[in-house]
Design a protein. Structure first.
Length: 148
Protein backbone atom coordinates (compact mmCIF):
# COMPACT_ATOMS: atom_id res chain seq x y z
CA UNK A 1 0.00 0.00 0.00
CA UNK A 2 1.49 3.41 -0.97
CA UNK A 3 2.41 5.79 1.78
CA UNK A 4 0.31 8.89 2.27
CA UNK A 5 2.67 11.68 1.12
CA UNK A 6 0.75 14.30 3.10
CA UNK A 7 1.74 12.46 6.26
CA UNK A 8 5.43 12.52 5.38
CA UNK A 9 7.39 15.30 6.99
CA UNK A 10 8.95 17.72 4.51
CA UNK A 11 12.68 17.65 5.10
CA UNK A 12 14.56 20.89 5.38
CA UNK A 13 17.34 20.94 2.76
CA UNK A 14 20.86 20.95 4.17
CA UNK A 15 21.68 24.18 2.36
CA UNK A 16 18.98 26.05 4.28
CA UNK A 17 20.82 25.26 7.49
CA UNK A 18 24.17 26.25 5.95
CA UNK A 19 22.91 29.51 4.48
CA UNK A 20 20.81 30.30 7.55
CA UNK A 21 23.64 29.75 10.02
CA UNK A 22 26.17 31.66 7.90
CA UNK A 23 23.62 34.45 7.45
CA UNK A 24 22.99 34.50 11.17
CA UNK A 25 26.71 34.73 11.97
CA UNK A 26 27.29 37.40 9.30
CA UNK A 27 24.41 39.53 10.54
CA UNK A 28 25.43 38.99 14.17
CA UNK A 29 28.76 40.61 13.29
CA UNK A 30 26.84 43.56 11.85
CA UNK A 31 24.72 43.78 14.99
CA UNK A 32 27.86 43.69 17.12
CA UNK A 33 29.41 46.50 15.07
CA UNK A 34 26.22 48.54 15.40
CA UNK A 35 26.06 48.06 19.17
CA UNK A 36 29.74 48.84 19.72
CA UNK A 37 29.47 51.99 17.59
CA UNK A 38 26.24 53.25 19.08
CA UNK A 39 27.42 52.63 22.65
CA UNK A 40 30.78 54.19 21.75
CA UNK A 41 32.67 51.25 23.19
CA UNK A 42 36.20 52.58 23.71
CA UNK A 43 37.93 49.26 23.14
CA UNK A 44 36.17 48.65 19.85
CA UNK A 45 36.15 52.21 18.56
CA UNK A 46 39.83 52.66 19.38
CA UNK A 47 40.71 51.11 16.04
CA UNK A 48 39.32 54.14 14.16
CA UNK A 49 40.89 57.52 13.43
CA UNK A 50 39.48 60.71 14.98
CA UNK A 51 38.03 61.64 11.57
CA UNK A 52 36.28 58.28 11.31
CA UNK A 53 34.92 58.60 14.84
CA UNK A 54 33.56 62.06 14.03
CA UNK A 55 31.89 60.59 10.94
CA UNK A 56 30.34 57.63 12.80
CA UNK A 57 29.23 59.69 15.77
CA UNK A 58 27.89 62.47 13.55
CA UNK A 59 25.36 60.35 11.68
CA UNK A 60 21.93 61.97 11.67
CA UNK A 61 19.21 60.12 13.57
CA UNK A 62 17.45 59.03 10.38
CA UNK A 63 20.67 57.43 9.07
CA UNK A 64 21.19 55.60 12.36
CA UNK A 65 17.58 54.40 12.14
CA UNK A 66 18.10 53.00 8.63
CA UNK A 67 21.36 51.39 9.74
CA UNK A 68 19.52 49.78 12.68
CA UNK A 69 16.76 48.49 10.39
CA UNK A 70 19.38 47.07 8.02
CA UNK A 71 21.35 45.34 10.78
CA UNK A 72 18.55 44.02 12.94
CA UNK A 73 16.41 43.17 9.92
CA UNK A 74 19.24 41.07 8.51
CA UNK A 75 19.62 39.26 11.82
CA UNK A 76 15.87 38.66 12.12
CA UNK A 77 15.69 37.57 8.48
CA UNK A 78 18.38 34.94 9.05
CA UNK A 79 16.55 33.66 12.14
CA UNK A 80 13.30 33.47 10.15
CA UNK A 81 15.11 31.52 7.42
CA UNK A 82 16.25 29.00 10.01
CA UNK A 83 12.68 28.80 11.29
CA UNK A 84 11.50 28.21 7.68
CA UNK A 85 9.19 31.22 7.77
CA UNK A 86 8.11 33.03 4.57
CA UNK A 87 8.29 36.26 6.52
CA UNK A 88 12.07 36.03 6.07
CA UNK A 89 11.73 37.25 2.48
CA UNK A 90 10.13 40.68 3.12
CA UNK A 91 12.24 41.17 6.25
CA UNK A 92 15.45 40.53 4.28
CA UNK A 93 14.24 42.88 1.53
CA UNK A 94 13.55 45.66 4.04
CA UNK A 95 17.00 45.08 5.51
CA UNK A 96 18.57 45.29 2.04
CA UNK A 97 16.73 48.48 1.10
CA UNK A 98 17.69 50.07 4.42
CA UNK A 99 21.32 49.15 3.83
CA UNK A 100 21.19 50.75 0.38
CA UNK A 101 19.71 53.96 1.84
CA UNK A 102 22.47 54.04 4.45
CA UNK A 103 25.21 53.43 1.87
CA UNK A 104 23.86 56.13 -0.46
CA UNK A 105 23.80 58.58 2.41
CA UNK A 106 27.31 57.69 3.50
CA UNK A 107 29.00 57.58 0.09
CA UNK A 108 26.97 59.96 -2.08
CA UNK A 109 25.70 62.66 0.26
CA UNK A 110 28.39 62.53 2.96
CA UNK A 111 32.16 62.14 3.12
CA UNK A 112 32.16 58.37 3.65
CA UNK A 113 34.63 57.72 0.84
CA UNK A 114 37.09 60.31 2.12
CA UNK A 115 36.81 59.11 5.71
CA UNK A 116 36.80 55.34 5.22
CA UNK A 117 38.71 55.17 1.94
CA UNK A 118 38.33 52.47 -0.67
CA UNK A 119 38.30 49.71 1.92
CA UNK A 120 35.12 51.08 3.48
CA UNK A 121 33.37 51.16 0.12
CA UNK A 122 34.67 47.68 -0.75
CA UNK A 123 33.29 46.29 2.50
CA UNK A 124 29.96 48.01 1.84
CA UNK A 125 29.84 46.28 -1.55
CA UNK A 126 30.46 42.92 0.15
CA UNK A 127 27.65 43.66 2.61
CA UNK A 128 25.36 44.53 -0.31
CA UNK A 129 26.23 41.32 -2.20
CA UNK A 130 25.56 39.18 0.89
CA UNK A 131 22.26 40.97 1.56
CA UNK A 132 21.10 40.48 -2.04
CA UNK A 133 22.18 36.82 -1.97
CA UNK A 134 20.30 36.15 1.28
CA UNK A 135 17.15 37.83 -0.04
CA UNK A 136 17.31 35.94 -3.37
CA UNK A 137 17.93 32.68 -1.53
CA UNK A 138 14.99 33.29 0.79
CA UNK A 139 12.77 34.15 -2.17
CA UNK A 140 13.80 30.94 -3.91
CA UNK A 141 13.10 28.87 -0.81
CA UNK A 142 9.67 30.49 -0.46
CA UNK A 143 8.84 29.74 -4.10
CA UNK A 144 9.85 26.11 -3.75
CA UNK A 145 7.76 25.68 -0.62
CA UNK A 146 10.62 25.27 1.85
CA UNK A 147 9.54 28.41 3.70
CA UNK A 148 6.00 28.31 5.03
Amino acid sequence: MPEDTSALEFRTPWHLWAVGILGLLWNALGAFDYLMTETRNAGYMGQFSPEQLDFFYGLPAWAVAFWAIAVWGGLLGAILLLMRKRLAVPVLLISLVSMVVTAIRNYVFASGMEVTGGSGLAFTVVIFVVAVALWLYGRRMARTGVLV
